[in-house]
Structures are given as structure tokens and as C-alpha cells.
Design a protein around this ligand. Structure first.
Ligand SMILES: [Zn+2]
Ligand SMILES: [Zn+2]
Length: 264
């Protein structure tokens, strides 16, 4: 199995070394990992967080040598999408030499998505519709990433009794996002961190993955979003089961910006 989303200590919010992540991945019988360090500009707290590309290139090169034939090791960036950052992100990504670029929402309209302030004064429906509408605009106007990260991550820390985003309620909004992704030959991921945060689904849910496949979606990665060694490869087997159930025969893994299809 391939874990295409994790953060080493080169990300501002992780303390896991690349070395220990690789050891854990090998112990978990993974075939490959991708370190997708955070690039989050103009965050709600006013911070810019950029990974040290040179250090990441140096460390990954060393580990690739060490683990040759045993573990495929790639480098990526998880870039925080915001409407006003399209150009700045592109500039900040130059020189990253990333194998994979994941585009993700972490901040929205000046709010940290994980702090619930965004939904204050809004109903569940208003919150989710506004979020999905914004995500649609971001996907349309930011063409530099390969994979849309944790599509429905807003459900993760939402305070609503029913946190899930369902196709029955939000199918039009989700379809619109998926259709743009598919038409541009980009992909989505199954991010297993939803399970870690007590949701009954990863990000996104099985029905969204099925819908993506139904609409012609073909590019899909799986990732644990590990920030600690304990969650490297977390529930990847379950994510792979979702892929099979949705009709996929392959999982995507990126090298030098090109998708490789790995049989399930
Ligand atoms: Zn993220
Ligand atoms: Zn992440």
C-alpha cells in the first residue's frame, strides 16, 4: 500500500522525523510514502508557513538511497488554498521539485477551519453549502495542484450533531467540484484522518468516492495525513477496501508530478 499524505518535522505542526516515518512504513508493509509538507500562507493567525525545500530534498535523497528496493519515498507539498493566494502559492511552489502537490483548504474567509468560528451564526446547511461553494471556486481558479486534499474536511471539527456531508443533501455542490477535477485530469484522495477524528467516514465518504468514479474520475491517492509515527499508514487497508468497492482497480502514486497507477 502507498501512503501519499504525511507530514514530517519539516512541517510546522509535526515532530515526526522522515527516518522514523520510513521505518514505521516498512514495518507496516507499505510499498511507498510521500512526505507532503505544509505550505500555508497567510493563515488565520497571520502566519506564513513554508517548508524548507532544500532540507527536504536532502533528507529524501538520503532515505531513498537507504531504502532502495524496499520502500518508494517521494516528496510533496500540501498547499493551503485561499482565493487571494493563487498567484502567491504558485510562486511559493516554484523550486519545490515536488513529486506531488495536494491542494487543501485549511483557512477560509479569514477563519481557521479547525476552530469552528467559521460556522458561528450559520446553520449546518449554510455552513456546508458555503464551504463547498468556496471549494468549487478554489478548484476552478487554482490549477497547480494534482490532488484535492480531504475534500470534506470541514466535517472534521464541526460542532453539529450530524457532521457528515451527504450526497442527498449536497450532491449538486459535490458534483460541480468533482466535474472540474475530472475535466482537468486531476484527482482526489481518500484521507483516513476522518476516522481518527471519530467520524464514521474518511475524507471524503464512500458515497463521494463512488460518485467520483461514476463521473469518470480515475486519479485517486490514499493518505493517512500522519503527523506522528503512530498513524503512518493508518487505516489504509480500509481505504483500499473503499476503492475496490467503488470499482477502482488502481491507486495513484505520484513521482515527479506524474501519476503512476499501482494495482490494488
Ligand atoms: Zn490538510
Ligand atoms: Zn495534511
Amino acid at each position: 500500500m502507498y501512503d501519499s499524505h504525511m507530514h514530517s518535522s519539516l512541517s510546522f505542526d509535526s515532530i515526526m522525523s522522515m527516518e522514523e516515518a520510513c521505518e514505521q512504513a516498512f514495518e507496516n508493509n507499505l510499498q511507498g510514502v510521500c512526505f507532503t509538507e505544509h505550505l500555508d500562507l497567510d493563515q488565520a493567525n497571520g502566519e506564513d508557513n513554508l517548508p524548507d525545500y532544500q532540507e527536504s530534498i536532502r533528507q529524501v535523497k538520503e532515505l531513498q538511497k537507504k531504502w532502495r528496493g524496499q520502500l518508494e519515498i517521494c516528496r510533496g507539498v500540501e498547499v493551503g488554498l485561499q482565493l487571494h493566494l493563487a498567484e502567491r502559492n504558485k510562486i511559493a511552489l516554484a523550486g519545490s521539485q515536488a513529486d506531488l502537490i495536494i491542494g487543501s483548504i485549511h483557512d477560509i474567509d479569514g477563519f481557521d477551519l479547525y476552530r469552528q468560528e467559521y460556522s458561528r451564526g450559520k446553520t449546518r446547511e449554510e455552513t456546508y453549502r458555503a464551504y463547498l461553494q468556496r471549494l468549487y471556486e478554489l478548484v476552478k481558479t487554482n490549477d497547480y495542484f494534482h490532488i484535492l486534499g480531504h475534500l470534506d474536511v470541514i466535517t472534521r471539527d464541526a460542532s453539529f450533531e450530524d457532521r457528515n456531508i451527504t450526497m442527498a443533501e449536497f450532491g449538486d455542490e459535490i458534483d460541480a467540484i468533482l466535474k472540474v477535477i475530472i475535466s482537468q485530469n486531476r484527482g482526489i484522495e481518500i484521507n483516513t484522518s476522518g476516522w481518527k477524528y471519530g467520524l464514521s467516514q474518511p475524507h471524503p465518504s464512500l458515497e463521494v468516492v463512488k460518485r467520483y468514479k461514476e463521473l469518470g474520475g480515475d486519479v485517486i491517492t490514499c493518505g493517512s495525513d500522519a503527523h506522528r509515527v503512530q498513524t503512518v499508514g493508518y487505516k489504509l487497508a480500509e481505504a483500499y477496501a473503499y476503492l475496490r468497492e467503488a470499482g477502482f482497480k488502481y491507486v495513484s502514486f505520484f513521482k515527479q508530478g506524474k501519476e503512476e497507477k499501482k494495482p490494488l
